[in-house]
Design a protein around this ligand. Structure first.
Ligand code: FPP
Ligand code: MG
Length: 334
């Protein structure tokens, strides 16, 4: 059978019927998102459309749709919940760019750069309100899940601004941040898909655990890309996190080393890397360090653990696609 791909994530789907279904449903999600961001005030629509149209992999809606293949994927709530998670994600990006003082997002000017912080914060609030309105259509359990998810997401984001507690391991602190700010919404995406497709509680629970692992792997594979990628491949500037002093899995693993040969790298990683020469030296050392292989193995391990949660599912193209999805996340190059 020919292997085709769905969405800009290039998910390999071996089953043509599943592939066509996912493609159609993603088209419906796009159309619904477009409708949802229509406001009576044209400026609000313009501000919200700005990042929505700048691209994005629609990774979370795709996960909702894939997880829904464990039941009745055509249930209307599946589509609604796919829009809920994308709108929530989009809202958080508007706020994130204000916090990061980012100039670019998805290759376009960030909203704070295009307009100002006030517009970016309020557009994020508006999108978040829209996602809440949609969630209310899904019933009280979805409202509760959405609220709990968002609490975890914001807690992760807040924890990121705080140093680890006295004696707390840097890596453990970091993994907690990642599980909150990224893992929470991705886990909920898989959960909503299974839940609104009417899957059994056992399957919903398995998909939620799968989503938790995939969500963390998603963020950590981004960390590896930051160090290891060539900009032509990933569309990002290699070493941006290093330059900005943002912790990543490879840098935290390298900092654990006590080997004398690593002393220079550990010293560099412990200080600012805004100077071009120091930055290039640290990036070069880190790229060829064992920490990169360890980081890749860690992320592949998460993808494998995610796949193990799917053992409750019967063999099907959807199960294969979910396994492929986790592996793709762990090994992505963009
Ligand atoms: C991206 O992180 C950011 C997140 C995953 C979550 C950010 C959440 C908030 C700012 C809270 C939002 C609150 C409301 C009310 C909408 P990153 O900076 O590591 O990734 P990046 O490279 O994509 O910027
Ligand atoms: Mg950011």
């Amino acid at each position: 059978m020919t292997e085709t791909s769905v969405s800009s994530l290039a998910l390999p789907v071996l089953d043509s019927a599943l592939e066509a279904r996912l493609r159609d449903r993603l088209g419906e999600v796009e159309a619904r998102l477009e409708r949802e961001i229509q406001s009576e005030a044209p400026f609000i629509t313009e501000a919200c459309r700005h990042l929505m149209h700048a691209g994005g992999k629609r990774f979370r809606p795709l996960l909702v749709l894939l997880a829904a293949e464990t039941g009745d994927a055509s249930a209307p709530e599946v589509l609604t919940s796919a829009c809920v998670v994308e709108l929530t994600h989009l809202a958080s990006l508007y706020h994130d760019d204000v916090m990061d003082e980012a100039a670019l997002r998805r290759g376009a000017d960030s909203a704070n750069a295009r307009w100002d912080n006030h517009v970016a914060i309020l557009a994020g609030d508006w999108l978040f309100s829209k996602s809440s309105e949609l969630t209310s259509e899904l019933g009280s359990e979805a409202v509760r899940i959405q609220a709990e998810t968002f609490t975890r997401l914001v807690e992760g984001q807040i924890l990121e601004t705080q140093p680890p507690q006295q004696g707390q391991d840097l890596l453990a602190h970091y993994l907690r941040v990642v599980a909150g700010k990224t893992g929470s919404l991705i886990a909920t995406s898989a959960r909503y898909g299974a839940m609104f497709a009417g899957a059994s509680p056992e399957v919903v629970s398995a998909l939620t655990k799968y989503g938790d692992k995939v969500g963390v792997a998603f963020q950590l594979s981004d960390d590896i890309l930051d160090v290891g990628s060539e900009s032509t491949e990933s569309g990002k500037t290699p070493g941006t996190d290093l330059r900005e002093g943002v912790p990543t899995l490879p840098s935290l693993l390298a900092r654990r080393s006590t080997a004398p040969a690593d002393a220079r790298l550990v010293e560099l990683l412990g200080g600012p890397l805004v100077d071009d020469d120091l930055h290039a030296e640290a990036l070069g050392l880190l790229r060829s360090h064992q920490a990169m292989d360890d980081a890749r193995s860690y992320v592949l391990g998460l993808a494998r653990e995610a796949g193990q949660h799917l053992e409750v599912l019967p063999e099907s193209p959807a199960k294969d696609a979910l396994v492929a999805f986790a592996e793709l996340i762990a090994t992505r190059t963009a």
